[in-house]
Write a protein of this length. Structure first.
Length: 308
């Protein structure tokens, strides 16, 4: 079945990545091991992940007027992402994510400053109405102001376009928003924030999914890091294990790889279970590579891994 278009509303951030043996504490200057910069931002990463699977992707975001904006535009040109709805802010700088990666374990801590993204408006989203209407899926995360995420989700719903919300970074969602969400994809921490308690056991995860269903979400996918993903929705309930594709180098963007792969597979007509397996394989490959957007695998690699 042919893949249809996907509209992604979200942030582009320039990732500024320092690898170090540990975090500095307040007031301390610590020597790190290496530095790299590259394209990131959850919305943008998910757009790249889906586009690399063959999906037609429309991205709604806002950049500044600076070298980081040029980094984004070069990326979208290379990846065939439509930029008709990528606006430019005359005042605020392109958003950044300052990331410290634990050199031994590959784990990260991230501080985001969305910058120009905070100046995106509802009118910018309305301008993408035609693209949203023609899309098979609308995706958002929570790096943009909540009111904008909500506006995009409502616009998609009004046009009968299914909504995938990756609630990251997690905040309390307005209670009446859940009923507009067809797929929700928190990690364990984010799921805990949404339902107001820490998830420690498998039963906690199952119960969190139950609460999210009760609030109105149709399909719940709680990502479990190296353990995979718990899926509860149409036709499937259970854990789908993670895919090991090699030594873990950096997990930044693993969630985005999962979401982009899931989205592409869903719009291709795969079942919820099949799409979650596809997302796991995407993410499994992405963690073997440094960087965020640039760690997203292409279609052939994912298909090859899934065929093993
Ligand atoms: P991140 O914030 O690091 O991008 P996340 O916290 O949003 O990720 P996780 O639950 O940590 O989300 O991971 C998302 C998906 O990535 C998992 O469901 C799994 O498929 C894959 N993944 C994460 N870590 C590993 C790993 N060590 N090995 C294989 N796959 C992994
Ligand atoms: O999900 C990973 C992304 O989160 C990084 O690329 C960084 O930009 C932060 O937004």
């Amino acid at each position: 079945m042919a893949m249809q278009a996907i509209t992604v509303l979200g942030a582009f951030l320039a990732d500024l990545v320092c690898r170090a043996d540990r975090m500095p504490v307040w007031g301390e200057t610590l020597r790190g091991n290496s530095f790299a910069s590259g394209p990131g931002g959850k919305g943008s990463n998910q757009a790249i992940a889906a586009a690399r699977q063959g999906a037609t992707v429309h991205l709604v975001t806002r950049l500044g007027r600076d070298p980081f904006a040029a980094m984004a535009r070069d990326l979208y040109q290379a990846e065939g992402i439509g930029t008709a709805f990528v606006s430019e802010d005359p005042e605020l700088a392109t958003g950044t994510a300052s990331i410290i990666v634990d050199d031994a374990r590959g784990e990260n801590a991230i501080l985001i400053v969305p910058g120009a993204c905070d100046n995106l408006t509802e009118l910018d989203i309305d301008a993408a109405r035609g693209a949203i209407r023609e899309s098979a899926l609308f995706i958002s995360q929570l790096e943009l102001p909540m009111a904008l995420c909500r506006h995009g989700i409502e616009l998609a719903r009004q046009n009968n376009v299914p909504v995938l919300l990756n609630p990251a970074p997690a905040v309390n969602l307005p209670a009446d928003l859940y009923q507009d969400i067809d797929y929700i994809t928190p990690n364990e921490t984010e799921a805990g924030i949404l339902i107001g308690r820490t998830l420690s056991t498998r039963d906690d995860v199952v119960d969190a999914a139950r609460v999210l269903h009760e609030r109105g979400v149709t399909n719940v996918l709680i990502t479990l890091g190296e353990k995979g993903v718990y899926v509860s929705g149409s036709g499937f309930e259970g854990v789908i294990p993670a895919v090991k594709a090699g030594p873990v180098v950096e997990t930044t963007g693993a969630g985005d790889a999962f979401n982009g792969g899931l989205a592409a597979a869903l719009t291709e007509g795969q079942s919820l279970e099949g799409a979650a397996r596809y997302g796991n394989a995407m993410a499994g490959i992405s963690v073997t590579r440094p960087g965020a957007a640039l760690s997203m695998p292409g279609r052939a690699e994912v298909d090859e891994l899934l065929a093993l």
